[in-house]
Ligand binder design. Structure first.
Ligand SMILES: Nc1ncnc2c1ncn2[C@@H]1O[C@H](COP(=O)(O)OP(=O)(O)O)[C@@H](O)[C@H]1O
Ligand SMILES: [Mg+2]
Length: 301
């Protein structure tokens, strides 16, 4: 850790603000005894799971963390975000996370990990071939439930792992919860049915039987429009119901997120000076703060 810190400081002698930011990052890194794994879960589609993961990867990499993005959604949206759809569709199972679910990988085999154009971001991609393995009733699968966890645990050289999950609670999301330290639940402020969220919370509770380390980091309100009263009302209801389990940072509906995705570049690396970048950086900091504070509490308890 000391060696890492020394590198950060030497990179930043010219800019005191940047230096302060990186000092903070060193503080966060030194609080984690091992890489932190965050999965993004909601059985609804279109709530911003992939988009948030994609842009957060850029924010964490910009903070000098080494990031591994695990795509466990057969739709492969985040993989396509980084590499384009043609490339992703052509990948063989051995070059994707499918080999992890099919149990055809061996320790030390890194064929599934693809560097991106961006420093400190690697992706383990997914494409439609994964669909065959995303079966319902994953809790009946015995040791296969731990395959993803085993794969992630065997990777070295990352500080943060982000797992982008499909819009259901089948094997891929289940495996992610068994592999992760933290669950982030992205929600759009228009879904007034609580049925869906209840199922998510139940699944987290069930997964904790196999992964007692798993914690809820919180609900993240995405795609909100502050001018719409209905969105504000939903946010208030969510905060009343879940209290501190709702992140302070909101991810509003902003075209900058879409534009950056279209340019296959996380927004922080695409446009340093826009609101979407500021908010993504704020979200990255809040996630780290919550993870650090709660981890410290757990160690004390
Ligand atoms: N905060 C946002 N602002 C603007 N567009 C967004 C935002 N979050 C998500 N989107 C867009 O909404 C669509 C669905 O988001 P996505 O991340 O794919 O959802 P999910 O992964 O939950 O299915 C995508 O086209 C994405 O670019
Ligand atoms: Mg998605």
């Amino acid at each position: 850790m000391e060696k890492k810190a020394a590198t950060y400081f030497s990179e930043t002698t010219l800019d005191p603000q940047r230096s302060r930011e990186l000092t903070d990052n060193c503080h966060w890194q030194s609080c984690f005894s091992r890489p932190q794994t965050f999965c993004f879960i909601n059985q609804k589609g279109g709530v911003g799971k992939s988009s948030t993961c994609f842009h957060l990867a850029g924010a964490f990499a910009d903070m000098r963390f080494r990031v591994l993005v695990m795509d466990v959604d057969p739709q492969g949206s985040i993989s396509q975000g980084f590499f384009g759809s043609a490339t992703v569709e052509e990948l063989a199972a051995s070059e994707t996370v499918t080999s992890v679910f099919a149990d055809t990988w061996t320790t030390g085999d890194a064929a599934q990990l693809r560097p991106t154009r961006f420093e400190r971001i690697d992706v383990c991609p997914a494409n439609l071939e994964l669909a065959d393995y995303n079966t319902p009733r994953p809790e009946t699968l015995g040791l296969d439930q731990f395959a993803l966890r085993e794969f992630i645990d065997s990777q070295t050289g990352y500080d943060i792992v982000l797992i982008d999950c499909p819009p259901n609670l089948y094997r891929c999301s289940w495996s992610a919860m068994i592999a992760a330290d933290w669950v982030v639940i992205p929600v759009t402020p228009e879904d007034f049915g609580t049925q869906g969220l209840r199922a998510v919370h139940q699944a987290i509770e069930n997964a904790r039987a196999l992964n007692p380390n798993l914690r809820r980091l919180g609900h993240l309100v995405t795609r909100s429009d502050g001018r719409m009263l209905v969105h504000k009302a939903y946010e208030r209801r969510l905060r009343t119901k879940y209290g501190n389990l709702v992140l302070d940072t909101l991810m509003p509906e902003l075209s900058a997120f879409k534009l950056a995705l279209a340019a296959r570049t996380p927004v922080v690396l695409h446009d340093q000076r826009c609101r979407a970048t500021d908010l993504t950086q704020e979200l990255a900091r809040e996630i780290l703060e919550r993870a650090t504070v709660r981890q410290a509490r757990r160690q004390v308890a």
